[in-house]
Design a protein around this ligand. Sequence first.
Ligand SMILES: Cc1cc2nc3c(=O)[nH]c(=O)nc-3n(C[C@H](O)[C@H](O)[C@H](O)COP(=O)(O)OP(=O)(O)OC[C@H]3O[C@@H](n4cnc5c(N)ncnc54)[C@H](O)[C@@H]3O)c2cc1C
Ligand code: SF4
Ligand code: SF4
Length: 401
Amino acid sequence: MRRVLRGELCTGCGLCASVSGGSLRMDSTPPGYNRPVATGPVSRAAEAVIAGACPGAVVAPWPPGPATHPYWGPLRRVTAGHATDPAVRFEGSSGGAISALLIHALSSGLVDRVLHVAPDPKAPTRNRIAISRTAQEVIDRAGSRYTASSPLAEIDAALAEGGAMAFVGKPCDASALRQLAKTDPRVAAHIPLVISFFCGGIPSHDGVGRILKTMGAPAAEVTAFRYRGRGWPGTARAATADGRAFEMSYADSWGGHLSKEVQFRCKICPDAVGGVADIACADAWYGDDDGYPSFEEQEGRSLIVTRTAVGDRLLEAAIAAGSIAAEPLDPSEIDKMQPSQARRKRLVLSRIASLPFTLQPVPSMAGLKVFQAARRAGVGAALKNFVGTARRTVLGRRSRL
Ligand SMILES: Cc1cc2nc3c(=O)[nH]c(=O)nc-3n(C[C@H](O)[C@H](O)[C@H](O)COP(=O)(O)OP(=O)(O)OC[C@H]3O[C@@H](n4cnc5c(N)ncnc54)[C@H](O)[C@@H]3O)c2cc1C
Ligand code: SF4
Ligand code: SF4
């Protein structure tokens, strides 16, 4: 874990704190990333579990399958669609697909609860772990939250409780959970469904601080905060107890502030597409004339990719029950919707290749088609990223990559 922290490879998933028996706790450390902090000695047994599952040390390989794309991972079914309930579609980040799938998983009895994240009522710009047992609770927790989250920080207790839960987390959280399952049989027994999303990276909490400042919202008085959703893409919105409201477009909040605060580990992420989840969702952006996604406000649309038989059955059942409307999509369309994801995956190899030269650790990334993706990168871009990563590492400015 020390090596992971020294190399800025911690994603903040929280798994280590949960399995440490109280010797580690998650804390927000400057500039606002969730990191483990030691409060006592970590046992050898816990250390072994952490070494095998921490996504800063090892990233879960994609399961072998007939259709595994070097950028987009294992593909069973690729669709674009949305929740048919207008309230779910509106509240959701994209088309409300994740929430609609969760609601269907609850109502069909596949799971008895959902473990995901929600706004922290005491600090509404931050995240906390939430357990949802009803459709309304799932809807209340819809929407992307672009700041640190540690959904695995209480996974040990959640597994001890038994039952059947759905887990929603970032791709690195899903990776940690799949790795944990290799040594802890309770994961397979009690988590029949793992849902993730395409992830551009976790910005520090300072990022939202900059948004509030630009909006003119007094941080100490903010009682509710949405990063987006309520429309597609929706706006960042802050509200205060005395009824004042502040707003910023998604293009400005993500493009102007949050994307500049993304932690280093995300810049070398070999699976930011939820390749080991049962289902991964994303924004099914429409490309503009230049081939770049348009953030013009419209009715929500999700990219929904099933990766396992479990995920495929759930999507099929949700469509049959009328909870989700979805059309098949040619996988080549994802390239147009997600150009930044494709670019980052092409450049992961050149970025990590520079790390040993500056004596930095590298997470294990076997089975994630990092080499195949790198073959699609131009020599110039690869070289620039190799040198740029080394230079910024030496200068201590890797967040500027
Ligand atoms: C940090 C981050 C980066 C993202 N980057 C991209 C990207 O590059 N490209 C892209 O297409 N999509 C990205 N997304 C995903 C996208 O914003 C939508 O979440 C996705 O399309 C699903 O939308 P939905 O309407 O189906 O989900 P909803 O129905 O709104 O459900 C969202 C679910 O995600 C959970 N959640 C929200 N924030 C977090 C968080 N920080 N950590 C863990 N769980 C969370 C909620 O608890 C909820 O269950 C990102 C999301 C996040 C949180
Ligand atoms: S990535 Fe997760 S398991 Fe690894 S050190 Fe960070 S919080 Fe702990
Ligand atoms: S980009 Fe990768 S490491 Fe960063 S939060 Fe997303 S899944 Fe985790």
